[in-house]
Design a protein around this ligand. Structure first.
Ligand SMILES: CC(C)(COP(=O)(O)OP(=O)(O)OC[C@H]1O[C@@H](n2cnc3c(N)ncnc32)[C@H](O)[C@@H]1OP(=O)(O)O)[C@@H](O)C(=O)NCCC(=O)NCCS
Length: 211
């Protein structure tokens, strides 16, 4: 079952997560390789991400994708905005006709706890330390929570796309709305109030933003 999760966010925006069970040849029949990727599994992830764009919107012009200096992929005529992420055997993508988008997928691992001070402010650490409403797929609540907060900031970083973002100072996570699986955020670089949406699966965290 390659399509693992799919959501029609609104009439112009779709997202999907692909569980990679295919070989390179499967993806290469429809997807051009956009950059040199030497590591075979990374190449497979790269191809799966590009394949997913076309899966979500069949007229997505994969051949026209360019790579910016920041390494963000984009379409010069902005026919679609899109964002891609991969982790392990998963590739995730969000594509929109009219909104800028960012997505991140992560497999929660213990290492995240060690680097929490690098991407979270003291205020965020205090504010989010009491979240306890996660399902527990074999890792502690804290690991899941820090993965969610990291993933949220990565999604904002990709939504912005211009690089030069200080995760602690520029991306301010304000409040979790657990009922809606959302986190309110203020992004200082563009002075934008943004809502990060997330979804937790067994062993996988997905966060995305569109605005
Ligand atoms: C560029 C970055 C977002 C990639 O993330 P990653 O976890 O390595 O990999 P992911 O699989 O989630 O995302 C990779 C995809 O992001 C996209 N991407 C790469 N650079 C991007 C950018 N500047 N903006 C938006 N999207 C970008 C690409 O589509 C890439 O996949 P592809 O090359 O196969 O098409 C990440 O490495 C990064 O630089 N993050 C910021 C880190 C940072 O500043 N931290 C400071 C606080 S500790």
């Amino acid at each position: 079952m390659p399509i693992f999760f799919q959501q029609q966010i609104n009439e112009n925006t779709r997202l999907g997560v692909w569980k990679i069970e295919e070989t390179e040849e499967f993806f290469k029949t429809t997807v051009p390789l956009h950059r040199d990727v030497t590591h075979p599994h990374k190449r497979l992830q790269h191809l799966a991400g590009r394949f997913l764009l076309q899966y979500l919107f069949p007229d997505f012009p994969n051949k026209l994708v360019k790579i910016a200096d920041t390494r963000k992929p984009y379409l010069p005529d902005a026919q679609y905005h899109f964002s891609i992420s991969h982790c392990g055997d998963y590739a995730a993508a969000i594509v929109s006709r009219d909104k800028r988008v960012g997505i991140d997928v992560e497999i929660p691992v213990e290492k995240i706890e060690k680097i929490k001070y690098k991407f979270l402010s003291a205020d965020e650490l205090a504010k989010f330390s009491l979240i306890t409403d996660f399902k527990k797929p074999g890792v502690t609540d804290n690991i899941i929570m820090y993965t969610l907060l990291w993933s949220s900031k990565e999604a904002i970083f990709k939504w912005y796309g211009n690089g030069g973002v200080d995760f602690r100072k520029d991306i301010l996570l304000l409040k979790q709305n657990a009922k809606n699986n959302a986190i309110d955020c203020f992004f200082t670089k563009s002075k934008s109030e943004l809502i990060i949406h997330y979804r937790q699966f067994e062993g996988l965290m997905l966060a995305w933003v569109f605005n």
